[in-house]
Design a protein around this ligand. Sequence first.
Ligand code: F0G
Length: 467
Amino acid sequence: MHKVRIVQTLNLVNVDNRLDAIEKAGYNSFLLSTSDVFLDMLTDSGTNAMSDKQISKMMVADDAYAGSQSFKTFEKSVFDIFGKKLILPVHQGRAAENILSKTFVREGSFVPMNYHFTTTKAHITINGGEIAELFTPEAMVIKSSNPFKGNIDLERLDNYIKDKGKENIAFIRMEASTNLIGGQPFSLENLHGVRKIADKYGVIIILDASLIGENAYFILKREKAYENKSINEILIEMCDLCDIVYFSGRKVSSARGGAICTNSLALFDRMKHLVPLYEGFLTYGGTSIREIEAMAQGLYETIEENVVGQSPCFINYMASELDKLGIPVILPGGALGCHVDAMQFLPHIPQEQYPAGALVTAYYIASGNRGMERGTISNDRGRDGRDTPADMELMRLALPRRVFTLSQVEYAIDRLNWLYQNRNLIGGLTFIEEPPVLRFFTGRLAPVNDWPVKLVEAYRKDFGESL
Ligand code: F0G
């Protein structure tokens, strides 16, 4: 358990200022300034609350360009929690993806996976590879009781490798608490199945462990065979089944940084030289030594049920309450955030007008809260220049670990309920400035008509001068 000892003041600006702010931000929540944001539900990346122990460890870090003692502490922690002894530190998760893709992906390579993540896909495709998302049919069911919607379809995986040829498979990628389908976990039974197939064909498994703590928590709670195991035992078993484990330290360890880890010296040696080239020396990897200490401590904290279960408990509460109100959300609740289904929320907005992006805009106007678009805007265009329609159009409302109170979650629910009653006022968006890669970060959009003004008018009618 925990109590809150450090607090930060938040701003809730009035609805006219919110309309101004989102207009200036090109209707892209990434481009909002935090001075205009009330509850920042953009992400959990680098925004989980740190513990007093993490902060105190940062103060005794051994700052050195090379050979830092703090790196030894980090190595020990990675070994104790993930069971891997060879570690390459990097400045964040996507830096690990750069090194992994540069090492293993070639023109004509294929990478089967349970589902893509934006930066992962970008790194694989930029190196000439092609991804295949071999999820099970349940993964796309918004309201479901399936506990493991992040499972990979083992039959599809086997057939895919047979079809493409094992020599063309760069690696199999499994993502813990699969981010873009609502933070949904895979089971250990499924991962054992993946291992069997990998061994059959002699291909390696790379595990994206950025959200592994929550996935292990869901295994503990939802997979019968593991109900009497500890989270530490589950984490070790997950990592033992994979040849390489990488993570964003911004997420899993509630700090900043990241790492690639393995027990194979041959694999380690293939990647090692890229760390000084792209990141920094092998004992700090482009992040600060203080963050190396914070990651080491943060990893130890991921084996505590109260730490990795906090965000899933709040998410489950929020998703269940929204469901009771008839608001379409991903069920069961997963990791990272509560995911609202914009396709059902806004059935009148076609995918070409980005319903998830429109919902994020409208929700910001209605609440001052910032969510993230996880739909077609988050997909880059295909080689033919056309939009790649997303499988799901989601507004993600992140609940970083130990950051919000339940009354703030109630506020978030209440404003979303108001918006749901006024959903017919919401219209679509269109791009006016569009970068060629990872367009969702910095692209600018505009509403297709003056619907945001109409939404503000409706808000004023119901809320008057109240914020
Ligand atoms: N893998 C997963 C599953 C992630 O969720 C992220 C980041 C990364 C890799 C990349 O890590 O940001 O440290 O470079 N997810 C953040 C999010 C950005 O908001 O979901 P990074």
